[in-house]
Design a protein around this ligand. Structure first.
Ligand SMILES: Cc1ncc(COP(=O)(O)O)c(C=O)c1O
Length: 368
């Protein structure tokens, strides 16, 4: 097969960005808005950057329909820093935090959350023990105390290709803290169902370096003054996100992505396209007579990170090699999982998925 003209990037993160966003960034690289400077070299307190930050926040509010009693922060330290920050800030004075392990990232979160806290990090459910990470523990089976500080879970597990397609409702639960790193803005959510949402930008938003935190105002009363300001949500909010130098360039690019999303028709429109993309890809896997396989229960299959493998490791390697030469890049599975992983975030066009499906069929014809 000769290679395709347009290459597609299926990386799980840092991941694909819309071409038009990159083109705008390129055109503004040396001279942002007639200022004569790159935004990368401007003070975070300059009018230009303050406006970018303000606009990014407004646009995110619009895209996710974020109620006014929620604050937005663009933090640093990745989603990993939030594993501890949520406990430091929101578990003060509480004896218990509930934690659901549904895959690699919530398992890491679970292992980290107790490190700077005396609270008991209670395992509410473990999808590895229950289903070998081929399904997500249903909310009905979470062992949760409504009086604990919060319950933490990950809505889309990037490594195991698992997603809570049925979004857990907050009824009877303590405040929900949710890791949305690899699916934020991919489908409609009800922000009011959450106490706090966090997401590293580098999958469905922008480049690495910025982490979005959306937190319900009343929970901020729990942020003790004993928490060093740099890890204290309240101190960042008191200084309008300028407690220290924020990740200006990643925020600028994230802002361009928000604009792009609004121009596409917002989250609702993305959700429709994302469903179609995932459907096509899973149909190609399921329709391959076992040549390709995905062990995840259909109701928990991620619409963002589609994992699959062929009949052997050797053939998986061959697939990745040939797909790469064809123009379908970064399809190698996570190091502990092997096989392939196609991350099909918002910025992946339908044509990218169609090109992958076409390649899969051709590969099967040749090696099946
Ligand atoms: C769902 C999820 N949570 C957390 C992380 C960790 O993110 P970071 O590298 O930004 O700390 C990742 C990274 O891939 C992820 O996919």
């Amino acid at each position: 097969m000769s290679s395709i003209d347009q290459h597609y990037n299926f990386s799980a993160g840092p991941a694909i960005l819309p071409q038009s966003v990159l083109a705008t960034a390129q055109s503004e690289m040396f001279d942002y808005n007639g200022s004569g400077f790159s935004i990368m070299t401007m003070s975070h307190r300059s009018d230009a950057f303050m406006h970018i930050l303000f606009q990014a926040e407004q646009d995110l509010r619009k895209l996710l329909n974020i109620p006014t009693n929620y604050k937005i922060l663009f933090m640093q330290g990745g989603a990993s820093a939030q594993f501890n920050m949520v406990v430091m800030n929101l578990a003060n004075g509480f004896k218990r935090v509930d934690s659901v392990v549904s895959g690699n990232w919530s398992r890491i979160a679970h292992s980290q959350m107790g490190k700077l806290s005396d609270a008991d990090i209670h395992l509410a459910a473990h999808g590895g023990e229950l289903y070998n990470f081929t399904d997500v523990p249903a909310v009905e089976n979470w062992d949760v105390d409504p009086h604990s500080a919060f319950v933490h879970y990950c809505i889309n597990e990037t490594v195991h290709g698992l997603q809570y397609r049925d979004i857990p409702k907050p009824d009877g639960l303590p405040p929900i803290v949710c890791d949305m790193s690899s699916e934020i803005l991919s489908r409609k959510i009800n922000v009011a169902d959450y106490g706090l949402i966090y997401a590293g930008a580098q999958k469905n938003i922008g480049p690495s370096g910025a982490t979005i935190v959306i937190v319900r105002e009343d929970l901020l009363d729990r942020c003790s003054e004993r928490i060093p300001d740099i890890w204290n949500y309240q101190s960042h909010i008191n200084r309008q996100g300028m407690y220290n130098t924020p990740a200006t360039y990643p925020i600028y690019i994230s802002g361009l992505v928000f604009r792009w999303l609004l121009a596409q028709g917002g989250v609702e429109q993305m959700q429709a396209i994302n469903s179609l993309k995932a459907e096509k890809l899973y149909a190609a896997i399921d329709g391959s007579d076992g040549f390709y396989a995905n062990k995840v229960k259909p109701h928990a299959r991620s619409q963002m990170n589609v994992i699959f493998h062929t009949v052997s490791k050797e053939l998986d390697n061959q697939f990745v090699l040939e797909a790469n030469a064809y123009g379908l890049r970064m399809l190698k599975g996570y190091k502990t999982m092997g096989g392939m992983r196609a991350s099909i975030y918002n910025a992946m066009p339908l044509q990218g998925v169609e090109a992958l499906v076409h390649f899969m069929k051709d590969f099967q014809r040749r090696y099946g």
